[in-house]
Design a protein around this ligand. Structure first.
Ligand code: PSV
Ligand code: MN
Length: 389
């Protein structure tokens, strides 16, 4: 360990960090060209939870699972929550889906037709009903709304429609429930997007109230965007509700978090630590798709990547950094940060796992467990979960 740090405090912070895994990452996924099926993929929400339980079993750091409605529609959500509890899990954020219906061709809550807007709003309100049954804290809203051609719709009016729907949903939230508004700079709309950036999301959240928070999906920015600055700013304003972690080379690639640019993830996590974001108010969620790699070990790897970036961020010698910054010593300040980033934190995390009674190598432990073979043998027949299912 090269960085001077209070190792027990670093370990305590790491022990309290939880990463939420997304139900859809356990299902089949692909690109708009092809969804690839993999053997052993879950057919039901319960089977997704069975897989998520393996991730938690081996990492000790993934106790909750986000649901996506209607992909995870069941008759009895309280029973699903009880099933999760039996596996040592809980149900996390409820993700709404107002992007996979023919009615939403021109948008959902921003659609020019009041009938479609009402249908989309009813879905969002249904998601809050589901939260009541599952005990979920967060409703995650992502809108595919936007336009493809200049003049296609009134951009300003679409903002008014958005504000109206958000206000209705906010009003419906129960005590302790939050609304997380996600932004994305383009796709599927190509000309205008109704919630394209953190500023738009923040402006809407500000009007709604404190329980409306912005969610930062790390894949939803233009190349070169300084995401850690956005994180620092939202934390300062008390409006960073959470992350959808993944990584990107080109667009919304949904690759494993920390795979494409681990240094960026470290810089983000440093701002989280610096801004007090490890206190439970920020949800660390994954939003990934494992199209070509086996899913469960990829999700385990992703949780570990978040832990590694967090450990490095916690190792930053904040006193030395402040001293260098105050002295205007650019090189020394940068060196303090790089010193933490260059630290090999794998032994520290291995030790932490052993102290918790876990295998120090979660991926190897998963491979040894025989779970992959078991689900390949047993999950035969039925329809595998996947986009749209
Ligand atoms: C949109 O690209 C997004 O990031 C939203 O979070 C969706 O709900 C999610 O992906 C599902 O694929
Ligand atoms: Mn997302």
């Amino acid at each position: 360990m090269t960085s001077r740090a209070d190792v027990p405090a670093v370990k305590a912070a790491l022990r309290s960090q939880a990463v939420e895994t997304p139900s859809w990452a356990y299902g089949n996924s692909g690109t708009r060209f092809k969804v690839f099926a993999q053997p052993g993929v879950p057919r039901t929400p319960r089977e997704k939870l069975d897989d998520a339980a393996r991730v938690h079993e081996h990492t000790g750091a993934a106790p909750s699972v986000a649901l996506h409605i209607p992909w995870d529609r069941v008759d009895d959500y309280a029973a699903l929550a009880a099933y999760a509890a039996g596996l040592g899990l809980r149900l996390g954020a409820i993700n709404s889906n107002v992007f996979q219906d023919d009615d939403y061709r021109l948008g959902s809550v921003c659609h020019p037709d009041a009938r479609v807007r009402r249908k989309a709003l009813d879905h969002l309100l249904e998601c809050v009903d589901i939260m009541d049954a599952t005990g979920s804290r967060d409703l995650k809203l992502w809108f595919s709304d936007g336009t493809n051609y200049p003049g296609q719709d009134d951009v300003r009016a679409r903002q008014d429609r958005l504000a109206e729907a958000l206000a209705a949903v906010y009003e419906r939230l129960g005590e302790g429930q939050r609304m997380l508004l996600e932004y994305k700079f383009f796709e599927p709309a190509f000309y205008t997007t109704d919630v394209p950036d953190w500023g738009t999301a923040y402006a809407h959240c500000l009007k709604l109230g404190e329980r409306a928070q912005v969610v930062v999906d790390t894949g939803h920015h233009a190349p070169g965007t300084n995401i850690e600055f956005i994180v620092a700013l939202l934390l300062r304003e008390g409006r960073l509700g959470g992350f959808d972690f993944n990584s990107r080379f080109y667009a919304d690639d949904d690759l494993m978090v920390g795979a494409a640019d681990p240094f960026q993830l470290f810089r983000i996590m440093y701002e989280v630590v610096r801004g007090g974001g490890l206190d439970g108010g920020v949800a660390f969620m994954l939003d990934q798709c494992h199209n070509v790699e086996p899913k469960i070990p990829a999700i385990i790897r992703s949780v570990m990547n978040v832990q590694e970036a967090t450990a490095k961020a916690l190792l930053v010698d904040r006193e030395a950094l402040s001293a260098a910054q105050e002295a205007g010593d650019v090189l020394a300040a940068n060196a303090v940060l790089m010193d933490a980033y260059d630290t090999d934190v794998r032994p520290l995390l291995a030790e932490l796992r052993e102290e918790a009674g876990l295998d120090p190598d979660p991926v190897a432990a998963y491979h040894r467990s025989g779970w992959a073979r078991k689900i390949t043998d047993e999950r035969v027949g039925g329809t595998q979960a996947g986009w749209g299912a």
